[in-house]
Design a protein around this ligand. Structure first.
Ligand code: PRP
Ligand code: URA
Length: 210
């Protein structure tokens, strides 16, 4: 599995704002929006393009457009905060949704929503979830996509734990991972350390569980 860690200073400064426990939810969401733009920008570097003729005010030129814009799939709740930034960069894309909540005892994902096209053959999919911890949630989502015929899944996440990266890699699914950091590991509640806490709660509110 191809893994890219986006270590650009602008990406790392947004990540720092998100990690800081003093950052309020408005500033956290703003940093997530900006960081997502950078992650998706890097993810899109290898997207297929189509050349086509255009005319500038001065004369003919060659234009470039996405040959096959990906389906964008945010994993609810926390991935919702990444959706707008991705769609702004890829306005031709469509969007699907997967809703997952991790059980606090078993750490297994519980699926509560799925809104995806039935046939994904020939369509790349860009999955958005800020956190890759044990990997259970993203694996669940990626399996749904591959079961529908998808052969190219690009996962953008803010933070990854080595355990989650290994789980994705060992799955053998056709994945590529773009992240801003691979952190030290997981604590006994399966939160990423040092991490940033609960990405859903930090955006939308809730009780700390770590
Ligand atoms: C978070 C996060 C991932 C998942 C990561 O969501 O957004 O989807 O946990 O954990 P994993 O890799 O161990 O599966 P959560 O289940 O807390 O739901 P939320 O987005 O509604 O807060
Ligand atoms: N989900 C989160 O939101 N944060 C973690 O650190 C792990 C799972």
């Amino acid at each position: 599995m191809d893994v890219l860690v986006v270590d650009h200073p602008l990406a790392q400064s947004r990540l720092t704002a998100m990690r800081d426990a003093e950052t309020d939810s408005g500033a956290f969401r703003a940093a997530l929006h900006e960081l997502t733009t950078m992650l998706v920008y890097e993810a899109a570097r290898s997207f297929a393009v189509q050349k086509y003729p255009i005319t500038t005010p001065v004369g003919p030129a060659e234009g470039t457009r996405m040959a096959n814009p990906p389906l964008i799939v945010p994993v609810l709740r926390a991935g919702l905060g990444m959706a707008d930034s991705a769609l702004a960069l890829l306005p031709e894309s469509s969007m699907g949704f997967v809703g997952l909540a991790r059980d606090e005892e078993t750490f297994e994902p519980r699926a509560y929503m799925e809104s995806l096209p039935g046939d994904l053959s020939g369509l790349p999919v860009l999955v958005l979830d800020p956190m890759l911890a044990t990997g259970g949630s993203l694996l669940h989502c990626c399996k749904l996509l591959v079961d529908r015929g998808c052969t190219e899944v690009i996962v953008c996440c803010v933070l990854a734990a080595p355990e989650g990266v290994a789980a994705l890699r060992d799955s053998g699914l056709p994945l590529r991972l773009i992240t801003a950091s691979i952190d030290e590991g997981l604590n006994d509640k399966k939160y990423i350390v040092p991490g940033l806490g609960d990405a859903g709660d930090r955006q939308f509110g809730g009780m700390p569980r770590f």
